[in-house]
Design a protein. Structure first.
Lengths: 164, 164
DNA sequence: TCTATCGTTTAAAACGTTTTAAACGATTAT
DNA sequence: ATAATCGTTTAAAACGTTTTAAACGATAGA
């Protein structure tokens, strides 16, 4: 393999890792996807270990994470005992499915948060002085604005569903 | 202050922190915003320290981060030597501006990555064998697909600009 | 001028996460 | 049956990030 071509690959792998980290993902997750994507053919665990210079356990772990996203699947290669891994080549698909599930989780998280807050306040109504009731009312109004934001996120989710 | 009302607040603050962490942000950044947002009036550094139970240095650091986002600004309060902090009450505005700058950075990052890769391959052309040239060509084709993704991200950015 | 009160900086401690090396069970070949 | 080759698990080490406590400079008041 030409060394400059290899240099280009390594640069690419390195950059991919940095990009992933800036998104809050594990470096190797993105790098695994990148290596498999660029290689254009299924690779074994050992080959991935070689290319990325990480431990077998680490690669195994992150490959499984990618599998759980539907970004990678293992394929059977005739005559070999090893597992081989292949990427889902439609990057858009991978991205959007991850984005959708992430967004969905966040929206639910915010909902739960608001509901819990409301419940506590509601259950406390009886014990509140007039002044505290006024404060509680203010809180609820501010929460309503957050709920609007949440609805916006839901809409964004819908946009993602449609366009991506 | 009624203790249930306080419980509700603390729950809310706690949840906000968790939400932020799941987005990859510092817990206190979101909590500071939440406390200021819910309080409805400017608060001093000391008051924020009290409410969140963190060190003064930590709060100072994170408040400045929020300021740099335009999510919080310091206000002058007559008769006090302290700085007081006030939130930008338009959550949508805060979100979208952060989202826009983040997305913009990522898109640029991907562009740089691809350009660098292309440059190296280009500069290596002379040294490549026919076989390697074929590989290089394949690489470029795969990169093109990534560039399409990048363009999609740019479009998403445009959508954010318009709708949010 | 001297003291008290601010917010910031800094160096170190605390913490959680990532990564590894080695052990392991399962499977296949000899 | 035994040995070799897989991928996974696990407990500990390495690492980076977060958080703190204390020192600090700046500013205002006595």
């Amino acid at each position: 393999m030409n060394s400059k071509l290899e240099t280009a690959q390594n640069k690419f792998i390195e950059s991919t890792g940095k990009l992933a980290e800036s998104f809050g993902f594990n470096k190797f997750i993105a790098q695994l996807y990148a290596v498999l994507y660029m290689s254009g053919k299924p690779l074994s665990l050992d080959e991935l270990v070689d290319k990325l210079g990480a431990s077998k356990g680490n690669i195994s772990l992150n490959i499984r994470e990618l599998e759980s996203w539907g970004a990678v699947k293992s394929v059977w290669v005739k005559g070999s005992r090893k597992d081989y891994y292949e990427v889902e080549p439609d990057i858009k698909k991978v991205f959007s499915s991850k984005l959708k599930s992430s967004l969905g989780k966040r929206v639910a998280q915010v909902s739960d948060m608001i509901e819990e807050f409301k419940d506590i306040i509601e259950s406390a109504q009886g014990e509140l002085t007039e002044e505290e009731k006024a404060i509680a009312k203010e809180y609820k109004e501010r929460l309503k604005k957050i709920e609007n934001m949440k609805n916006l996120a839901s809409k964004a989710l819908a946009i993602v569903e449609k366009f991506f």
